[in-house]
Design a protein around this ligand. Sequence first.
Ligand code: NAD
Length: 486
Amino acid sequence: MPDALTLPPQQALVAGEWVNTTTTLQVEAPASGEPLTRIARCQVDDVEAAVQAARRAFSGQLGEWARWSARQRSEWLLRFANIIEANHEQLAQLECADTGKPMTQARGDIGACARYFRFYGGAADKLHGETIPFETDFAVMTLREPYGVCGQIIPWNYPSQIFGRCVAAALAAGNTVVLKPAEDACLSVLRLAQLAVEHGLPAGALNVVPGLGTEAGVALAAHPNIDHLSFTGSPETGTRVAQAAAQHHVPVTLELGGKSPQLVFADADLDAALPAVVRGIIQNAGQTCSAGSRLLVQREIAESVVANLCERFSALRCDAGEADADCGPLINAPQKAKLEARLAAAETDGICVAAKGQLAASAPSGGHFVVPQLLTDIPERHEVLQEELFGPVLVVQVFEDEAEALALANATDFGLCAGIWTRDGGRQLRLAKGIRSGQVFINNYGAAGGVELPFGGVGRSGHGREKGFEGLRSYTRIKTVAIKHD
Ligand code: NAD
């Protein structure tokens, strides 16, 4: 399988050139544990060179980027969306092999990546400041300016989508980028960067420094010559990145984890709700920040809903990504071990595993598979209700009425997404206002990914918004110009 893949360079992208690093890291296929390829292992000096290149490109000392108008940036981003689509299948195969996710999901991710470039390409020349009616002898305007050099640190679970979300928005606004992809999965990102350079992105506009979080990630977050940082990953690392950024007063967008609830009321359309509840947790084997990982169900339908879900979970199959089953493997052995330890502790605490999926006979033996599971009879405030498990595990809680549903929905430190399933219009709006989260979905979950829809968290899920126009604005800052005249 690896022979058929178009593997990207085992180097870093600095100032428009692919450059060697002193050492490289091995990347393994999560479905088999077998070596897939190697990637560059950037250190402090490599990050330094990348930041300098991004600075020179932003200030007009390197390449054409600083001279490109908003219209030129728009045209390039729109053209690059077409290039991603032209390479769609090849990129999806790389994403599937590298992350282990089912092919259909990998194809969807590449499609979403192209949509980000199209959306932000369309928006690049429509982003502007305002004029402000001030005193009669003044003309006042705001200029919406790029920050300058954006440092972006992204995770392994949706490499190509998050590349699109961060890089397209930052470039559309006129910034330059130093991107640190995740060591566990970054091949699609490297290939996308390679395509970008081959198709005319000016030198230094995008620089990519693969490597370890503790090396390249730390160096980038702490760099004094960065103007804006965007981090997507775990809450713990997010805290470290924000602390490093604070040393230089650099603004940070944090997209962290979630423990998002799906609330199912007795009046819900269960034929629509229950498949969406299952999809919401098994997508990418539950390794999704916005996974609907808690099911809150109203008491009068709880028994029948759980029975229905048991049937659905029992029928779920895990296999390698290319087999395109319901679930792929987890990303690596430590993630698998961590999840299995938590599940063993839950069983010791008397939590019921009401249903489990199956591992396909064809699944490779060395893969990091954990089958989907449905947990019930969970003591209040148990760890599995509070912590992100980052696997295909759905925990069930029962509520009596709307007030209890809201209290349970808000009973974690996270606040990323929520799904509400009810036909009662008043309840839909009361809960949409009452739930503490960045996104609320009513009678759907996730709005099919919606690149146009602002996304981000509250509390331990982070702050700042990516996606949509909000995401684009967050890569700009306002300068006020006040002109006094006769
Ligand atoms: P992680 O925080 O370990 O790693 C994320 C990125 O940070 C990687 O590129 C890693 O190399 C880098 N990194 C690690 N330590 C660093 C440090 N000290 N300084 C700077 N960079 C460092 O997270 P993960 O295990 O890769 O991803 C899983 C987590 O990310 C989950 O909690 C998940 O919910 C969250 N996540 C959130 C979103 C979102 O948009 N909100 C999206 C995907 C994943």
